[in-house]
Each structure stands twice: as structure tokens, then as C-alpha cells.
Write a protein that binds this ligand. Sequence first.
Ligand code: UDX
Ligand code: UDX
Length: 432
Amino acid sequence: MSNVAVFGAGYVGLVTGACFAQLGHDVVVRDINEERISALQAGRVPIFEPGLEQVLEEHGERIRFTTDVGDAVESAEFVYVAVGTPPTHSGDADLSAVWTVVDELPQVGRRIVVVMKSTVPVGTGEKVRHRLDARGLTDVGYASNPEFTAEGTALRDFMTPDRIVVGAFREEDGDAVAALHDGIAAPIVRCDVASAEMVKLAANAALMTRISFINEIANVCEATGADVVRVAEGVGLDRRIGPSFLRAGIGYGGSCFPKDSLALKQLAANSGYHFQLLSAVIEVNELQKRRVLAKLERHLGSLRGRTVALLGLAFKANTDDMREAPSLVLAGRLQSEGATVRAWDPVARPRDLKDVEQLDTLEEALAGADAAVIVTEWSELADLDWAAVAQTMKTPVVIDGRNMLDPAEMRAAGYRYEAIGRAAPGNGPETT
Ligand code: UDX
Ligand code: UDX
């Protein structure tokens, strides 16, 4: 078993640390945020990720938390980097937190391997290698071991992944990083550092492309009377295509897709290549978030003075993460049209959502509203007694941005119900 230090106690760092502890390694998680570390030391988990609290508790004897670099690295054989890499104004990834870690790394007098978990542009490993060499840390190894964990299912994704990708400059460093994952049954892809960095960006780009593709199919379904849910089912059963990431909706959000698409587009542009397909994927996604407005206007006319309830705020269900959530764009657009916006979410409580009343129950959010928009696919929405709440709304208009409800049932419950790409006869707005 090994000693692993993880830098960054965010969504990725905490899951990485917890899973390595579960695999039997001794883990120290280090973060610069003192409040976050104190909370973790006191047994409180600062983010919402299903199962994380239990794993941290269960393997508490093998995982501890610190703000001190020296303490974290003292007996470490691996230093995982899981700090944030947010987008800058130019679309490039902001690597300042990564450089801080590299520059803070003390001389330890024995071989350790720095492992990049954060998503970084291709070429970052090479630059880190030079910086380590320039600091005289020539016996510090470097490997890229990108994460493919989705929030909400991150622990399962880590422990039962489709694959583990390890890129290293030296074979033995790659071997050591691969061995850290003993106990996980998954194919290991061994490659050079640049290719490992690119696997992550390309995998995300492929998933985003599928989402924008099905969203465009949905938009054409609306115009032609087809039902995208049935279409996706029929398309996805083709084994060459597969069913995943074919859920049409209000566009992707989150901490990865929006930022990684910009970073890959920018990476290509910086090398003189215009990544046309990716540019279209990004544009389709931006427009998709706004299509809800036209749907609301079709039912309500002008939105001025109307009250619209946003059901779900987080960028997807089972997380409290608000980064690049479509709800933020929707709230802003609705307010700029003169609507009053209120919201419900079972876990996300964003502090910076201006002039939006956040209510504790679905019933409160819907009472007196002119319309509701399903923004996040929380299971509470599928379980709600929609027939009962219909009477409490001012006008029972529901725009289902996640295609999670049954159109016939909703209409039977008295709603003017519209989803995304489900305008087939009997399903669409023209029949209500
Ligand atoms: C991660 C990855 O690092 C990012 O590259 C990937 O694409 C998405 O997920 P995530 O764990 O979601 O980021 O970020 P966040 O929850 O913001 O956590 C980052 C943590 O790093 C924070 O707790 C922050 O305090 C910490 N940090 C930041 C440091 O410890 N040191 C720094 O210099 C900067
Ligand atoms: C993603 C990747 O899945 C993961 O491998 C990577 O490491 C980080 O980025 P995450 O952003 O947590 O994970 O969630 P994911 O489930 O992939 O969803 C991303 C966005 O796409 C969400 O906004 C989701 O609502 C949307 N989505 C997903 C769709 O609109 N349709 C789909 O069919 C699937």
C-alpha cells in the first residue's frame, strides 16, 4: 500500500482521496481553504456527493486533512493534483492553481511522482516537467491520470471505471501509478503524457457532441412532429451508436463540459487550427438553454409581470454544483424579459442568484406561479402529485426541460405541458 497526497479538496480531490483510502492506501488531502479543511477534520463534508460522507467515515483511519504542504508531502510517494482549472476570459484554462502546487512542492530527497488529475490543456505535463527540472526536482516523476467521474455517481465511476488512463514520461512512474489502482477491475490505457491529456479532452468533447447532436435532432423533431424520446431509443439501440448521452434537454452545464470545450477549442486555435465541429457544439448548447423562453412565450405571451418557477437549480440531479448551470442563464433571461423568478432545489442553495426567491418545497414554488420550468431532473419531480398542485398554479403551464414527465398524464392532470423535441401529435403544445 502507498502514501498518497491529494492537493485540492473539491469534487474531484475528495473523491480521489476517499477512493484511494478505500483501496487501502494512506491518504492526506491538502487544500488552501482553511474553512474547508477544518470542516473535513471535524467530519463534515463540504460538498454534496452521494456516498462520499460514508466512505470518508468508513475509511477515516486512512485519510486525513491538512492545509500544510510539508505535512502533506512528508511521507507521500504520490502527489495527486486535483485543484481547479477554471476558464479564463480567453477560454484558455487557468492553470495558476496547478503552478502554485508545482512551485510549493518541497525537496524531499527521494523519488515521488506528481500525478495530474485536474483537466489541463495538452502540453501541460511537458511544461510542468520543465518547471520541476528548473527547480532541481529532477527525481520527481510526472504522470497524467485524468478523471472520468461524473458528479452524483463519482464514487462508483472511480471504483468501477470503464478504463484507467495513465500517461508518464518514465515507464516505472506509469507502472507505479497503474499499481495504485490494484483492486479496480478495468482496462488500463498506458500512453505518453500528451495523449493522456488529450484522451480526457476528447472524451468530454465526444460526449458534448452527442448531447448537442440529440438536442438538434430534438429541435427538428419539434418542427416535424417526431418525438425525440422515441427517436433516441431507436437510434441508441444501434450497437454502433449506443444509448448513452442521448437525452435531449436544455443543454449541458457543469464544471467540466463548458470549460473543457472552450479549453479544447482554444488549444486548437492556439496551434492554428479552427475546430469547427466543436465550435458548433458549443453554439448549439448556448442556443438550447434559451429555447425555453420561446416556449414560455408561446403559452403566456409577454413574460413581463409573470411569475416563473424554476424547478431545480443544480446543473444536473444529485449534485449541489451550480457551475455553468442552465438555471443561471434561464433566470437571467427571464428577469430581463420582466418576469419574476422563484426557484426550488432540494440541495443547491446558490447565494449569488440575484432576486430569485428560493423556496423549500415544490408546493410553495408552484403556488400562484404562471408557469414552471423543469430545469434539473430531480426524482422529487417525478414523484410529485402533479394533479394536486395544478389547482394551486395561476396558469398550469409546465415546460419540461428534461423530458422526465409523461405528456399524456400531464395533460390529463390539466396542464399545458411542453417538453423538448416531443411535438408528435398527441404530445405537443398544438394539441393542448
Ligand atoms: C476539478 C478539476 O480539478 C478540474 O480540472 C476538472 O476539470 C473539474 O474538476 P473540482 O474538484 O470540481 O475541480 O474543483 P473544486 O471543487 O473547485 O475544488 C478545487 C479545490 O482546490 C478547492 O477546494 C480549492 O480550495 C483548492 N485549491 C485551489 C487549492 O488547494 N490550491 C490552490 O492553489 C487552488
Ligand atoms: C462530466 C463527464 O461525464 C465526466 O466523465 C468528466 O470527468 C466530468 O464531466 P459531469 O459534468 O459531472 O461529468 O456530469 P455528466 O453526467 O456528464 O453531465 C454533464 C452535463 O450534460 C449535465 O448538464 C447533464 O444534464 C448533461 N447531459 C448529460 C444531457 O443534457 N444529456 C445527456 O444525455 C447526458
